[in-house]
Design a protein around this ligand. Structure first.
Ligand code: PMP
Length: 429
């Protein structure tokens, strides 16, 4: 048996200045979390991990209380659509509840290939591969392709899953203030030559601010400086573009100009999982090498079939996309007319209402719930502490009447929490 490639070095034991508790459950950070939760439970409780009783669409029920829902990514209302539900049920009947192996071994089913072809068709890429989680996809792909000799230039607001992937890669990280494509170009010009590979990462729709990147400018900058470009389309596929094809379709960018389009199945596509789409050779390379895929059980039959059916329903019922965009514009205009601070939102179905301090955002969310509206508070560290917000996710299923009611309640709760509202309607940018 060959020995280890590197000799085992016996590291001398050194006394730790302050030994940590022997059991994980006794670590300081664990105790601190438990103490904070205990405090919250003694007080008014926390608006997290609420048990929703059934399907969540335009409305939801929590512990029997009916609420207007603005806290799910069910953008096209397909998570409970009869065709999507039936497809998941049929897949369970045919293939069982699990594929019980990694796809590269015995976990592959025809429905996986059908979904990958449908995703590639929707996005306009040569190929696509699906994985079991959106977060796992980002956290796995970045360290798979990039390492300590490389540079990753990213918008400061990219999702945690990308930030985790970048950190795990050991690449040098260059965060650019949100939305500043000009600073991406500047970073590439100044730093490109010192690194082996350079990746530029952005999102199709930013999940915190509800705005879009200047993708054409990023494509140009990446090409000019020999960098790769990756776009996380979690909130843009099934939202942007006439056919829901995402930011490339929306802005008229050739999908072939983006090296890697990543997305999730958990939002418009009504399931759970992630995907990577791009050039045929790259996707084939990933099928045989990406550890988050090769060493992980295949996406379940039900999840796979549900997303495939969602893509088909989106194609057959294009009015859903039109309603979604109409709702987003109606809600944004209504929020501005009531003097709310919606940051840089542009009328896509993620609309932030900036409150300020974290505690105020939690108080407003609690007030909304008491008045029958569910919207999540987003607080530090997800956003800077003075930028805490309520985040409203809209669906094609909301009626304008529901949107107006929610806006009126929100304005009232903001006033009650002492959050200033602009007296004159805020001009559309
Ligand atoms: N990327 C973005 C931009 C996200 O918002 C999310 C989750 N909300 C993810 C990736 C992770 O996807 P999933 O929840 O499907 O694991």
């Amino acid at each position: 048996v060959p020995g280890p490639a590197t000799p085992v070095i016996d590291v001398p034991e050194t006394a730790s200045p302050s030994p940590e508790p022997a059991r994980l459950a006794d670590l300081d950070e664990v105790r601190a979390t438990v103490a904070r939760l205990d405090d919250a439970v003694r007080g008014p409780g926390l608006p997290y991990y609420l048990p929703h009783d059934g399907r969540v669409g335009a409305t939801t029920s929590v512990g029997g209380q009916e609420l207007l829902s603005f806290s799910s990514y069910n953008y096209l209302g397909l998570a409970g659509h009869p065709r999507v539900v039936a497809a998941a049920q049929e897949a369970v009947e045919r293939y069982g509840t699990s594929v019980s192996a990694a796809r590269i071994l015995s976990g592959n089913r025809p429905v996986h290939t059908a979904l990958e072809e449908a995703i590639a068709g929707l996005l306009g890429t040569q190929d696509a591969v699906v994985l079991v989680g959106g977060h796992a996809t980002n956290a796995g792909i970045v360290p798979h392709l990039y390492g300590p000799d490389d540079l990753v230039v990213h918008d400061a607001l990219v999702h945690d899953s990308l930030q985790q992937g970048i950190a795990a890669s050991g690449a040098t990280r260059h965060a650019v203030p949100h939305g500043r494509a000009d600073l991406v170009e500047e970073a590439l010009r100044a730093r490109r030559h010192r690194f082996r590979r350079v990746l530029v990462v952005t999102e199709g729709v930013f999940s915190m601010d509800g705005d879009l990147p200047d993708l054409p400018a990023l494509v140009t900058a990446a090409r000019r400086h020999g960098a790769h470009l990756m776009v996380d389309e979690a909130h843009s596929v099934g939202v942007l573009g006439t056919h829901g094809g995402g930011i490339c379709e929306e802005l008229g960018v050739d999908p072939g100009d983006v090296d890697l389009l990543m997305g999730t199945l958990s939002k418009s596509l009504s399931s759970c999982g992630g995907y990577l789409a791009g050039h045929r050779s790259l996707v084939q390379h990933l099928r045989y090498t990406l550890s988050a895929l090769v060493f992980s059980a295949g996406l379940t039959p039900a999840n796979t079939a549900a997303s495939l059916a969602a893509i088909q329903v989106m194609r057959d019922e294009p009015e859903r996309l039109a309603r979604l965009r109409g709702n987003a514009e109606h809600f944004l205009a209504g929020a501005r007319a009531r003097g709310m601070d919606v940051g840089p939102a542009v009328g896509v179905p993620v609309v932030p209402v900036i409150v300020g301090e974290s505690q105020a955002a939690v108080a407003v969310a609690r007030g909304l719930a008491a008045h029958g509206v569910s919207a999540n508070p987003i607080v530090f560290p997800a956003v800077p502490d003075d930028q805490s917000r309520l985040r409203f996710f809209l669906t094609s299923e909301h009626t304008h009447d529901q949107l107006d009611r929610a806006l009126d309640v929100t304005a009232r709760c903001l006033r009650e929490a002492g959050v200033p509202l602009a007296t004159a309607p805020v001009e559309t940018a």
